[in-house]
Design a protein around this ligand. Structure first.
Ligand code: ATP
Ligand code: MG
Length: 688
């Protein structure tokens, strides 16, 4: 791979920035510009030091890096000792048979016990664990003591249904407390769960059940989506009628009260079984390497992979990263991660990390715009959320709707914001910081994957001076690098492939049932090192900027162009809320850049006044040409109203590439809304 052309925002003047004091002197996190220029001329030139208030009380201090650098394995041992072990481990890492790592292998523990019981035993039974907000405005709360009763009951019910340690259980539920309870109940008996997003089709559910040979499904009669009760159990019935023969039992949560078909002997109502189930249940103590769950990747780049995570290492890193990166103060914070449990973020940063750390957290059933576009901000105000973790796509959508909407709510309880899923465009970062964070909250841009199990690269909120758009630094204990084609580290300022060079506790232990694909996908490109599949650049400070999937990199007249860079440039234009670019084959240049953009609502009038979509397209082409260079100018810019996104909010560029190359559109199984592709295709052929 030749050099990827990168435009990290101009003006992050490293020389100047490295002269900044480590601990910021400023009272709050207002942007700092070049000292010479004396004032903030271009906001995009700023770095954001952590507010001094924040620094003083921060969980993670600079010494954490020192500790990890001194002795990495000792560092991880010490993180693991934060958990409660039934049998303490004496081994830290066994890396004698790469790529199969074993962490803390001779220790035994239980993940559910660590997330629930031990907090009750320590006297925190009355602390609220879950603040459940339903879409229609109803709510429910569970203290840790109540959660302990519920998980014990469900573990007993699953046991009565015949689920044994080691059996796989599929979970197909909406974002309601029972989803969390179901995952923990499985963990309690050592039955690995496979959560399938509640919006997926019967076919997607069936193929995942079959791949994992699950013996039971936990589902609900239905779920609320945009104010409507939608059926859920019928999809299970359909999946089981077409295959999924390994399934013996179906546990059904009543949510909407809709009538459902019933298979006697197979289907069990949770509310009925719960009545007679005991609240006493002895957790099954498992080896640290016992599988905790299987989770299928979002399928952005191809067929979803069934990623396997184990118990001890995963929980260690989930707890540590959650506490350090989100600066969690268990007794005073209200934490909210907007991810669905169907996504890895919902596993690590709704269930296992926060609960292992005894957080009080919000879980929200519905969509951000039901019944109105201020719904999320209303929830922040209602529960006085202090730590908020979401995705760039959600931020850009809020940008599209306009800042007067969050402006109607009191967001002053917030003290930290997080982002995950894609690179956050600098423009969206600054909007998030200013509009949602009131200019006062550090933002953690967290890079990680289903495979890594936990956050790997991220600022530490009380330590790092943030650079909008960059995930910046591997967390203490993690070693990452950017390599060139030959497998050598690139120099600062250059781009290449992101790799992880040392094993980490929450690393995947494989792809379920496919050892060869595991080796080929992650370990063959650079032997001995984990290849993440993402392009990245090291800036002059050595900070890491994610550039998008290596599969999505475009090659125009021999120049490698990153999707992230061009998309960020488009989003930086006042008219644009979201952008996706792809390389479409082109006779003269090899590939040509094709851009799909969504306009901000407040810009639509301006665009009309400027001459409509065609004029807007020309203006945006010129804008990218000016910002990055003529080579990056999109050949075509298409204004659309939606982009194809996965359930976790990632843009599926491979489908846009199909459209741009006039091909049949590929597999849309994991798309949030498959009708989006028809609209885009029509728009594309109409514009030809
Ligand atoms: P598949 O592997 O099936 O294509 P996926 O990679 O989309 O699915 P995930 O594991 O949920 O599924 O996503 C991980 C990817 O998300 C990373 O490899 C990276 O491309 C992107 N990503 C996550 N967080 C960030 C971030 N903070 N900055 C940039 N990219 C990110
Ligand atoms: Mg991936």
């Amino acid at each position: 791979m030749g050099p990827i052309r990168i435009a990290i925002p101009d003006g992050i003047d490293v020389q100047q920035e490295s002269e900044m004091p480590d601990a910021p002197t400023g009272a709050d996190s207002t942007p700092q510009d070049h000292p010479e220029s004396g004032q903030v001329e271009h906001e995009e030139q700023a770095v954001y030091p952590p507010p001094s208030e924040f620094v003083q009380h921060a969980v993670a201090r600079p010494s954490l890096y020192e500790e990890a650098n001194r002795d990495r394995l000792a560092f991880w041992r010490s993180r693991a000792s934060v958990l409660s072990w039934k049998t303490p481990f004496t081994q830290t890492l066994d890396w004698s048979d790469p790529p199969f790592a074993k962490w803390f292998a001779d220790g035994t523990l239980n993940a559910c016990y660590n997330c629930v019981d031990r907090h009750v035993e320590a006297g925190h039974g009355e602390q609220v664990a879950l603040l459940a907000e339903y879409e229609d405005g109803g709510d429910a709360r569970y203290t840790y003591a109540q959660l302990q009763d519920e998980v014990s009951r469900m573990a007993n019910v699953l046991g009565d249904m015949g689920v044994r340690t080691g059996d796989r259980v599929a979970i197909y539920l909406p974002m309601i407390p029972e989803a969390v309870i179901a995952m923990l109940a499985c963990a309690r008996i050592g039955a690995p769960h496979s959560v399938v997003f509640g919006g997926f089709s019967a076919d997607a559910l069936r193929s995942r059940i079959e791949d994992a040979e699950a013996t039971a499904v936990i589902t609900a009669d239905g779920q609320y989506r945009r104010g409507k009760a939608m059926p859920l159990k019928p999809a299970v019935d359909e999946a089981l009628s077409k295959g999924a023969e390994s399934i013996q039992k179906v546990l059904v949560v009543r949510r909407t009260g809709a009538e459902v078909e019933w298979t006697e002997g197979r289907d069990v109502w949770w509310h009925e079984a719960r009545e007679s189930a005991s609240t006493e249940h002895e957790p099954v103590w498992v080896q640290a390497e016992h599988p905790l769950f299987i989770l299928y990747t979002s399928g952005t780049t191809g067929k979803p992979k069934g990623i396997v995570h184990t118990t001890g290492g995963y929980l260690t890193q989930a707890a540590y990263t959650h506490r350090a990166v989100f600066d969690l103060k268990p007794s005073s914070d209200v934490y909210w991660c907007t991810a669905d449990v169907g996504w890895v973020t919902g596993h690590t940063y709704v269930v296992y990390g926060p609960l292992a750390n005894r957080a009080t957290q919000v879980i929200y059933e519905g969509t951000p715009d039901t019944p109105h576009q201020g719904r999320w901000w209303e929830v922040v105000e209602k529960y006085k959320v202090s730590l908020f973790y979401s995705s760039p796509t959600a931020i850009r959508t809020a940008m599209k709707w306009g800042e007067e909407i969050p402006g109607r709510f009191d967001l002053t309880s917030l003290r930290l914001l997080g982002s995950v899923g894609e690179s956050i465009n600098p423009e969206a970062w600054r909007w998030y910081h200013r509009v949602i964070g009131g200019g006062r909250c550090p933002i953690v841009d967290t890079w990680w994957q289903t495979e890594t199990g936990a956050i790997m690269i991220s600022p530490l909120p009380g330590v790092t001076s943030a650079k909008p758009g960059s995930a910046q630094t591997p967390l203490p204990g993690i070693i990452a690098d950017v390599l060139n084609d030959a497998g050598e580290p690139v120099a600062n300022g250059d781009a290449g492939y992101l790799v992880l060079t040392e094993p980490w506790p929450s690393m995947l232990r494989g792809i379920w049932g496919d050892e060869q694909r595991f080796k080929d996908t992650y370990w063959s490109r650079f032997p001995g090192r984990y290849f993440a599949g993402d392009g990245a650049k090291k800036d002059e400070d050595g900070d890491i900027w994610l550039l998008g999937r290596v599969d999505d990199v475009m090659n125009v007249s021999g120049h490698r162009l990153s999707t992230t860079e061009i998309e960020s440039s488009l989003v930086a234009h006042d008219w644009v809320a979201e952008a996706a670019v792809v390389g479409a084959s082109d006779e003269t240049t090899g590939q040509a850049v094709v851009a799909f953009v969504i306009l901000r609502e407040e810009a639509i009038e301006q665009v009309e006044a400027a001459g409509g979509a065609e004029k807007a397209a020309e203006e945006l082409r010129q804008h990218v040409g000016r910002e990055i260079g003529p080579i990056a100018k999109p050949k075509k810019v298409l204004v659309v109203t939606e982009l194809p996104k996965t359930r976790s909010g990632k843009i599926m560029r491979r489908l846009l590439r199909d459209v741009a190359e006039n091909r049949q559109v590929g597999d849309t199984q994991t798309l949030a809304d498959s009708s989006v592709m028809d609209l885009i295709q029509q728009g594309f052929s109409g514009s030809r």
